[in-house]
Ligand binder design. Structure first.
Ligand code: GAR
Length: 189
């Protein structure tokens, strides 16, 4: 199973996938490429260090969102992936992309969707005061963190949690769920 992974930031979840592919615990998965929406991300740097092909389709290089979306779609299609994985990719993709990867665009989100979608899922859960949050792996559609849910797991919020401490605990679970989801998909489940 060939995947393209999209990142915007540190790529720590991506690193867990790279490690699982390299140590053989994620069998039959090949990371064809890792792409970002901007230059200088640690996620792309980690991938290059691991010998994985990388690319940037820089959002700021395009006047029009549709043009950026088209370039990203074409770039991802060029790797002929079975799945594209958004692992901390913080841009909403448009219809052209979703149509090209219909049902094969996977996203991870640090909250129990449909609660707290968007760029600040951890911060918003803390601000609301919920006692339980978590993470979700789902098939993405054109909405913001919407689409059929594949896996989901709860994480309890502690009284002294900050956004950082909570997000780190969520990411530990998120990595496990993402790897388990990819393992399922690679087995045709
Ligand atoms: C992850 O928690 C991911 O769920 C979140 O960004 C983080 C990326 O961490 N994505 C979203 O919030 C998308 N709405 P990483 O770059 O360290 O893997």
């Amino acid at each position: 199973m060939r995947i393209v992974v999209l990142v915007s930031g540190t790529g720590s979840n991506l690193q867990a996938v790279i490690d699982a592919v390299q140590d053989g615990s994620l069998a039959n998965v090949e990371i064809a490429a890792v792409g970002a929406d901007k230059h200088g991300t640690l996620g792309v740097e980690r991938s290059a260090q691991a010998g994985i092909e990388t690319f940037v389709v820089n959002f700021k290089d395009f006047e029009d969102r549709a043009d950026w979306n088209h370039a990203l779609t074409e770039k991802c299609l060029s790797y002929a992936p079975d799945y594209v994985v958004s692992s901390g990719f913080m841009r909403i993709v448009g219809e052209e992309f979703i149509n090209a990867f219909d049902g094969t665009y996977i996203n991870t989100h640090p909250a129990l969707l449909p609660s707290f979608p968007g760029a600040h899922g951890v911060r918003d859960a803390l601000a609301y005061g919920v006692k339980v949050t978590g993470c979700t792996v789902h098939i993405a559609d054109t909405g913001v963190d919407t689409g059929p849910i594949l896996r989901q797991e709860a994480v309890a919020i502690e009284d002294d949690d900050t956004e950082d401490t909570l997000h780190e605990r969520i990411k530990v679970v998120e990595r496990r769920l993402l790897i388990a989801t990819l393992a399922d998909l690679a087995q045709g489940k």
